[in-house]
Design a protein around this ligand. Structure first.
Ligand code: GLY
Length: 359
């Protein structure tokens, strides 16, 4: 499994880095007048004041799941609001609380909100920014591998309902994303694995084999592939479905396990399943099917369902998936690459789930 300390050997876009310093990468999400940079590398959080200045804001609210001393000064009058990462906090109640803090501070729609934390923080703060005064600028400082490679980039924001994950949200693109790899130094092992779920699924959606790269390059390559996809299909009407590779079962596993299985872990299981399903439907051969298992295992992710999850509960949850307009739908690999496959027979899904340990 690739889980080295952040390092950036071989990164090409290092212009401007002081001699001896680890290089930084910049990926642009090209969305016309809403285009923005994703800065990746050690110390990029210190670009915050410059990015904030570029918004023209007079004040900022910084919502952070990390201690105040780790948050860089945004360079203008600001309010620090402590947040907590975790699916249980990804609720309407959190969004309402944040908007109340914005209002108490007197934030206007010409000001700026900054998120600093994992994916649940970037999602809730992003949604609060989208809703407050019908939209205020937001900058993300993702602090986990999962948030850096996926959640903070691309403008999707959401909260969970009891009925399922991410069922209510909005598209709200940030002004910039600062993926400071220094934040990753203190991540616990399970949090690394969580992020690697999203990197593993990139292998099957056109990012190439990232297994032997240093982590900064793995992040940059994952973000670059996501940026291309988002630029082509911001509102998820076709191509963007690719980013949900492994997620149909993944979201169901998270939901049915009561979030005992983390998002990236669940995406790993969902990616192995997607390989088996694509093979069972005649879309890929055995070698490609087995590559799914090998890639997921390489990153230290689980490759089978945890004990006790019922196939019926998982299928019921998958029927609620936003892509499932007609029966069960999965993003599956095939002769021309991955694409959304609707109307997948439930019997096949049930059989393969049983083979992966479903009750
Ligand atoms: N995480 C999937 C997407 O941004 O579309």
């Amino acid at each position: 499994m690739t889980r080295t300390a952040p390092s950036t050997a071989g990164a090409p876009s290092t212009a401007g880095a002081p001699a001896g310093a680890e290089p930084r990468r910049t990926v642009r999400v090209e969305l016309g007048d809403r285009a923005y940079p994703v800065e990746i590398g050690p110390g990029v959080r210190h670009l915050l004041a410059d990015v904030v200045a570029g918004t023209g804001a007079s004040r900022a609210v910084v919502v952070s799941a990390r201690p105040r001393e780790l948050v860089p000064d945004p360079g203008l009058p600001w309010l620090f609001v402590a947040a907590r990462d975790g699916e249980e906090h990804k609720t309407f109640a959190t969004v309402e609380q944040l908007c109340l803090e914005f209002a108490r501070f007197g934030l206007t729609r010409h000001d700026v909100v900054v998120s600093c934390g994992g994916g649940t923080t970037t999602d809730t703060v992003g949604l609060a920014a989208a809703l407050y005064h019908r939209g205020v600028a937001v900058i993300h400082l993702p602090t986990t591998l999962l948030a850096q490679v996926d959640a903070s980039v691309g403008g999707k924001t959401a909260v969970n309902l009891r009925a399922g994950k991410n069922l209510v949200g909005a598209y709200w693109q940030p002004r910039a994303v600062l993926c400071d790899t220094d934040f990753l130094a203190t991540l616990p092992g399970r949090e690394w694995v969580n992020g690697y779920g999203e990197i593993a699924r990139c292998h099957f959606i056109g990012a190439g084999d990232l297994r032997e790269l240093p982590v900064t390059d793995q992040i940059a390559a994952s973000v670059a592939r996501k940026a291309e996809i988002v630029a082509a299909d911001e509102r998820d009407s076709g191509l963007r479905h690719l980013l949900n590779y492994g997620h149909t079962l993944g979201h169901a596993v998270e939901h049915v396990s009561g979030f005992a299985v983390r998002h990236g872990e669940a995406v790993g299981i969902g990616t192995v399943f997607a390989g088996r399903l694509a093979h069972a439907l005649g879309r890929i051969g055995e070698r490609r099917r087995d590559e799914h298992l090998a890639v997921v295992a390489h990153y230290g992710l689980p490759t089978a369902l945890p004990a006790g999850l019922s196939a019926e509960a998982l299928i019921g949850s998958m029927r609620l998936d936003k892509k499932a307009l007609h029966g069960l739908a999965f993003v599956l690999d095939g002769p021309d690459g991955a694409r959304l496959v609707p109307g997948v027979p439930e019997g096949e899904v049930r059989r393969l789930l049983a083979g992966m340990g479903a009750a």
